[in-house]
Write a protein that binds this ligand. Structure first.
Ligand code: NAD
Length: 347
């Protein structure tokens, strides 16, 4: 367990046993009535968190869902109002943190987070809410968690598949940060460290879920990836995953894992140094091959069709991606996106 660290947004406790610091951190927020949000079926991981948070907890809403549906946000806001809660504590992965952020956006209450996956959302001021089949995202300082506790002991139950996919999602943030416009040395260092820590620890975790040093290293990587995401603008890879998740219902993290090597291959000629840094951080000769090998080592699907994508949707998806605006090191045409989606759809 390390001393509590300060960052512009958050006070952060890190390491095995750091959950014991949650009460002190919540005291620092000067809040009295805290609503906990989480995904369904997480009651066993919730117990120690509720114990550490103490009597401030006024209610639990186990209603968080992937992509933060607008109707779930409304339900959670009603619960916050009904309980007269003055803060929200997310316990879980990016879905729980995403719901807490959406509540903060509506009511201005502070957010605390106890992450239990490697998505890294707890380090960012980025929110997203899905209305119908359109996901609206943005940045707002009010949603950035002000308290974060990374206790790897809470992740020992995280299945291999979610550990691997959420970790690859974090690696994708780090990769795109490396070729983002105006990337600074601090961002690049965080991104390289994220890729290195996650690519070393994730294979160990899928072999042995209760490997505490590997779980701790993966959290360090997740935090670094979240910092890189907060400080950099994401490119083509994120736009593709955003469209595939928001408009075609594909699972967020797994989509990232499958698409990433294909986008890296596409961007390589226009981002030679950044892509070389990705390869070096992976310990691979070449970034695209290294990312494919990592996906294979983690037992993840290698094809979008395996996870429910219909190749007949490629033209519509490509149109949505190519007409959106986002920074990318290489200009992107509709045909380019079609090519990437076609390659990512086939094993
Ligand atoms: P998730 O939060 O949807 O969790 C996946 C599954 O794992 C859920 O069923 C959850 O209940 C379960 N789970 C979580 N922790 C567990 C544990 N310790 N033991 C057992 N099961 C556990 O998945 P995720 O990959 O963490 O998050 C994906 C979401 O996060 C997406 O909606 C994505 O858009 C968002 N995200 C946002 C940002 C941001 O900065 N805004 C960054 C990354 C991801």
């Amino acid at each position: 367990m390390r001393p509590i660290a300060e960052s512009p947004h958050a006070r952060v406790a890190f390491g095995p046993g750091s959950l014991s610091q949650l009460g002190e951190l919540l005291d620092g927020l000067a809040v009295g009535r805290v609503l906990v949000v989480t995904t369904a079926g997480r009651s066993s991981s919730l117990e120690p968190v509720l114990g550490a948070a103490g009597t401030r907890i006024t209610g639990v809403a186990p209603i968080a869902r992937e992509h933060v549906p607008a109707e779930v946000v409304q339900q959670a806001v009603q619960e916050l109002d009904r309980l007269r809660a003055d803060a929200v504590l997310a316990v879980g992965g990016g879905s729980a943190t995403g719901l807490a952020k959406a509540i903060a956006l509506e009511r201005g209450v502070p957010v605390a987070a106890v992450p239990t996956t490697y998505a890294g959302s707890e380090m960012t001021s980025i929110f997203g809410v899905t209305d119908g089949d359109v996901k609206r995202t943005g940045r707002d300082a009010r949603v950035a968690p002000r308290v974060v506790v990374y206790d790897p002991m809470l992740t020992l139950t995280l299945p291999a598949s979610v550990s691997a996919a959420s970790g690859m999602n974090a690696i994708a943030h780090a990769v795109e940060a490396l070729y983002a416009p105006g990337v600074t040395d601090v961002v690049a260092a965080a991104a390289r460290e994220a890729i290195r820590r996650l690519s070393e620890s994730l294979p160990a975790i899928v072999k042995r879920l209760d490997d505490v040093p590997a779980r701790t290293a993966a959290f360090a990587g997740a935090q670094a990836a979240g910092v890189a995401l907060e400080l950099a603008a994401m490119g083509l890879h994120h736009k593709i995953c955003h469209v595939l998740g928001g408009s075609f219902g594909l699972p967020h993290a797994l989509t990232h894992a499958i698409v990433l090597p294909h986008v890296v291959a596409f961007n390589s000629p226009a981002a030679v140094d950044a892509v070389a840094a990705v390869a070096a951080a992976l310990g691979a000769d070449e970034a695209e091959a290294g990312l494919h090998a990592l996906n294979r080592a983690l037992g993840l699907s290698q094809s979008l069709t395996d996870i429910g994508f219909d190749e007949a949707d490629i033209p519509r998806a490509a149109e949505l991606v190519a007409t959106a605006s986002y920074p990318n090191p290489r200009p992107v045409s509709v045909d380019d996106v079609r090519g990437i989606l076609t390659r990512a759809s086939r094993p």
